[in-house]
Design a protein around this ligand. Structure first.
Ligand SMILES: [Zn+2]
Length: 446
C-alpha cells in the first residue's frame, strides 16, 4: 500500500467497478482515503497497513452508489395519498392543492424521510426538483447524501416563493449559498414546457449556462403534453425547446416518453441527457419511453424513481428490475436492456446525466468514495453466477448492507448513522395527519 494509511477498507467482496472496461474483481477491495477512492484491487493486495476501519463485505457485491436522476424527495409526504388517477387529475386535484400547504419544515421532514429510504436502498446521489429546495439541500446535508437540487420554476405563483421573479431570486440564493459545497450541486429547474412560457425557459437556460449548472426539466412526459405543445407552438416539446435554442449537454430531460424519431435525433445531436422513470410512467399510465432506441442512438440515459407519490417507493434496485423487464415485454425481445446495461444506467450513466461522471458513478482511484455493499448471504441471492443479473433481477433495496458517501460511512448493517430515522418517520406521520385533515376537496386550481 501507499504511504499514508487508508481510512476505510471495504474488502472481501466482488467489486463491480463500472469503469470504462466494466472491470469486476472477484475477491476485491476498495481503499478509501479522506473523501476519495485511493485504490481498487484484489483484497489480498490491499490487505496491508492498518486501515482506520474495515468493512467486511462477506463475499457480497461492492459497487458504486446508485444514482437517482429524478425525484421529488419531499413527496414522501404524499405517498399513497391519491393513487390510480390520470396525470392531470392527480396533479391538479390532489398534488398541487396538497403542495399549497407546504413550508420549509414540512419539506425538510419529507426530504429527510426520503434520504432514509434512499440510503437504506443503496442510493447515494439524487437529483431533486421541488418547492423549498433549500430545505431539501439541508436534509441531504443532514443525511450525508450527495444531491443535485433546484427550485421548481413555473409561470404561476409558487407556494414557496410567490411570483416567478422571486423564483429566479430564490435559485440565485441557492447558487450563492451552496457554491463550493462538496456534495450539493444546484440546478436550474423549470418544470416543463407546458407550465413554463418561452421567456421563462430562455431565462432559466441562460442562468444555468452562465453558472455552469445543469438544467433539469420534465419533457414529453405524455402524448397529451405533445398535443398541448403542438397546439401552442406548432412543434413537439423537444422541437419547441430546440427552436428556442435550449437543447444542450447540460440539459437533463426527465421522462421523454412520447418521442418522435426526429426528437430522438435532436436529443442525440444536442447531447441532451435523459432520466428514465419507468415505474412512475407505468403508474400514471403515461406510456413507455423508447429507451432501447435512445441508447442505440447514443443518448445518455439515467434512471429515476420520480416522487414517492407516483411510484410509490424510491428503491432503485426494484426500479432496475422493472426497467429491464418493461422494455423486454414492450419490444417482445428478451435481449434488450440486459442486466449490465441497466446497471450502467443506475450508476455511471446516471452520474454522467447529472454532469457528475468525472467525480462519481464508478469505482476508480481518484473518484469520490460513494459506494455500497450488497449482502448476498440471503436465500433469494444464492447461488450467484452473474453479479449484475443478481442485482437487477433478484436483489432489493433491503439487501444493501453498507453505504459510504464521500468517504463517510452513513449506513452499516441496515442502520443509518447520520440521523435518527425513527424521528424522521414520526415527523412525517405528524405532518401527514395535518395534510389529511386540511386536504382541500377537488380544488383543481391550475
Ligand atoms: Zn417528476
Amino acid at each position: 500500500m501507499t504511504a499514508s494509511p487508508v481510512d476505510i477498507l471495504v474488502t472481501n467482496g466482488i467489486v463491480l467497478t463500472m469503469d470504462g472496461a466494466q472491470r469486476s474483481i472477484p475477491n476485491g477491495a476498495v481503499a478509501i482515503r479522506g473523501d476519495r477512492i485511493a485504490a481498487v484491487g484484489n483484497a489480498a493486495d490491499l490487505a496491508g497497513g492498518s486501515p482506520g476501519r474495515v468493512i467486511d463485505a462477506r463475499g457480497g457485491i461492492i459497487l458504486p452508489g446508485l444514482v437517482n436522476t429524478h425525484t421529488h424527495a419531499a413527496m414522501t409526504l404524499f405517498r399513497g395519498l391519491a393513487d390510480d388517477l390520470p396525470l392531470m387529475t392527480w396533479l391538479n386535484e390532489h398534488i398541487f392543492p396538497a403542495e399549497a400547504a407546504l413550508d420549509h419544515r414540512r419539506v425538510y421532514g419529507g426530504a429527510l424521510l426520503a434520504c432514509a429510504e434512499m440510503i437504506l436502498s443503496g442510493t447515494t446521489t439524487f437529483c431533486d426538483m421541488y418547492l423549498f429546495e433549500d430545505a431539501v439541500a439541508r436534509a441531504a446535508q443532514s443525511a450525508g447524501m450527495r444531491a443535485v437540487v433546484g427550485e421548481v420554476l413555473f409561470d404561476f405563483p409558487s407556494p414557496a416563493y410567490g411570483p416567478i421573479e422571486q423564483g429566479f431570486a430564490c435559485t440565485q440564493t441557492l447558487i450563492d449559498t451552496f457554491r463550493g459545497d462538496p456534495r450539493i450541486t444546484i440546478a436550474v429547474e423549470p418544470h416543463s414546457p407546458y407550465l413554463c412560457a418561452p421567456e421563462l425557459l430562455t431565462r432559466a437556460f441562460d442562468l444555468a449556462g452562465r453558472n455552469g449548472l445543469p438544467l433539469v426539466i420534465h419533457l414529453s412526459e405524455t402524448a397529451g403534453e405533445v398535443e398541448t405543445i403542438r397546439d401552442r407552438y406548432g412543434r413537439t416539446p423537444v422541437g419547441h425547446l430546440d427552436a428556442l435554442g435550449l437543447l444542450a449537454p447540460n440539459v437533463l430531460a426527465c421522462h421523454c416518453v412520447a418521442l418522435s424519431e426526429e426528437d430522438i435525433e435532436l436529443l442525440q445531436r444536442r447531447r441532451v441527457k435523459v432520466s428514465h422513470n419507468a415505474e412512475s410512467n407505468m403508474k400514471l399510465a403515461s406510456g413507455i419511453a423508447p429507451v432501447p432506441r435512445l441508447l442505440e442512438a447514443g443518448v445518455c440515459v439515467g434512471l429515476g424513481t420520480d416522487g414517492a407519490a407516483s411510484n410509490n417507493n424510491l428503491d432503485l434496485l426494484l426500479e432496475m428490475d422493472t426497467v429491464a423487464k418493461l422494455h423486454k415485454v414492450q419490444c417482445l425481445d428478451p435481449t434488450v436492456l440486459d442486466a449490465a446495461a441497466v446497471l450502467r444506467m443506475a450508476t455511471i450513466d446516471g452520474a454522467r446525466a447529472l454532469g457528475l461522471g468525472e467525480r462519481i458513478g464508478s469505482l476508480e482511484p481518484g473518484k469520490q468514495a460513494d459506494l455500497i455493499v450488497i449482502d448476498t448471504h440471503r436465500p433469494h441471492l444464492v447461488p450467484m453466477y452473474h453479479p449484475a443479473s443478481q442485482l437487477v433481477y433478484a436483489a432489493r433495496g433491503s439487501d444493501v448492507a453498507a453505504v459510504v458517501i464521500d468517504g463517510r460511512l452513513v449506513m452499516e448493517n441496515g442502520r443509518i448513522l447520520t440521523f435518527d430515522v425513527e424521528q424522521a418517520m414520526e415527523e412525517v406521520t405528524r405532518i401527514a395527519e395535518t395534510i389529511a385533515r386540511h386536504r382541500p376537496i377537488g380544488a383543481g386550481r391550475r
